[in-house]
Design a protein around this ligand. Structure first.
Ligand code: PAF
Length: 305
């Protein structure tokens, strides 16, 4: 009989074998490939949810979507070093593997893939993706190399799992465009599923980074979503430039808050636009990155004009 929960490969934080429920924790690429192949040999469709762990309800909503549409669900939990352009950010990124495993198990995940960096990158990944204009603005401009690192890890995961569908949250709105571009470049045959942002009751977008906010910062942080929402009302009468300025000035006037950028972009090209008419037949999207103390938070909103 299949052990109820199996850990394949060396486990740093979890004992080698825990019997609790039907989820495999796999730490090796070979183990992942062979378990996924077994699922596919049974004719099963596979949904992949790539994550960097420190899981919250937002991640679990992706798992739920994947569960509903696929026969099996693989969740990767890997803090990918190649996408961090800031060493301190990589070091301080929250890591909560045991809690993640529990949550994924409860959410009905079939495989949690939690490798060490050496397993994913036995050699340095020197690939440079031609991600084009979608990766050059906003996060691409502020975090050099970040999107290339995202393309490296996501392409590796897609290659290991060859999923039927892969799930990404719309909080990282630009990231989805970059991943679509990588999929086009690499010719992967899969569906990218975009899932809505999950928010706390006070409107703050769920993020693994929120745990680093002090109580005072946590209290002020929901102002990001509040301001974006009120900018949608203001946009009824304001020009795009005025709306943009409203968001930046409003957030910068609050304690702890410092806007890094606020751009209103065409959702297909990610290019900033200068009039509401610019993206034809699709709503413009406002994308903000705002420091709350030392914590870098991102969010976005659609302007249905
Ligand atoms: O969005 C994230 O958490 C990461 O960028 C991803 C897609 C898991 C790649 O490491």
């Amino acid at each position: 009989m299949r052990p109820i929960l199996t850990v394949i490969g060396k486990g740093l934080h979890l004992p080698f074998r825990i019997i609790t429920s039907q989820m495999e924790i796999i730490r090796t690429v070979a183990g992942l490939r062979s378990s996924v192949e077994a699922l596919k040999n049974e004719g099963k469709t596979v949904g992949l949810v790539p994550t960097m762990g420190a899981l919250h309800k937002g991640h679990l909503s992706l798992v739920e979507r994947a569960r509903a549409a696929n026969d099996a669900v693989v969740v990767s939990v890997f803090v990918n070093p190649t996408q961090f352009n800031n060493k301190k950010d990589l070091e301080t990124y929250p890591r909560t593997e045991e809690a993640d495993a529990r949550l994924l198990q409860e959410a009905g995940t079939d495989i949690m893939f939690a490798p060490e960096a050496e397993e994913v990158y036995p050699e340095p990944d020197t690939r440079v993706f031609d991600l084009g204009p979608v990766a050059e603005v906003m996060e691409g401009a502020m975090r050099p190399g970040h999107f290339n690192g995202v393309a490296q890890i996501v392409s590796r995961l897609f290659d290991m799992v060859r999923p039927t569908r892969a799930y990404f949250g719309e909080k990282d709105f630009q990231q989805i465009a970059v991943i679509r571009r990588m999929v086009e470049l690499e010719g992967f045959n899969l569906e990218i599923v975009e899932c809505p942002i999950c928010r706390h009751d006070d409107g703050l977008a769920m993020s693994s980074r929120n745990v680093r906010l002090t109580p005072a910062q946590r209290e002020i942080a929901p102002a990001i979503h509040r301001t974006l929402k009120s900018s949608v009302e203001k946009a009824e009468t304001l020009t795009l430039a005025e709306t943009r300025k409203y968001v930046v000035d409003e957030l910068n006037s609050m304690p702890h808050m410092k806007v890094e950028y606020y751009e209103i972009v065409d959702p297909l090209t990610m290019q900033p636009i200068d009039s509401w008419e610019a993206p034809h037949n699709r709503p413009a999207v406002g994308c903000v990155t705002c420091y709350c103390g030392e914590v870098r938070l991102i969010d976005n909103i659609k302007y249905n004009k």
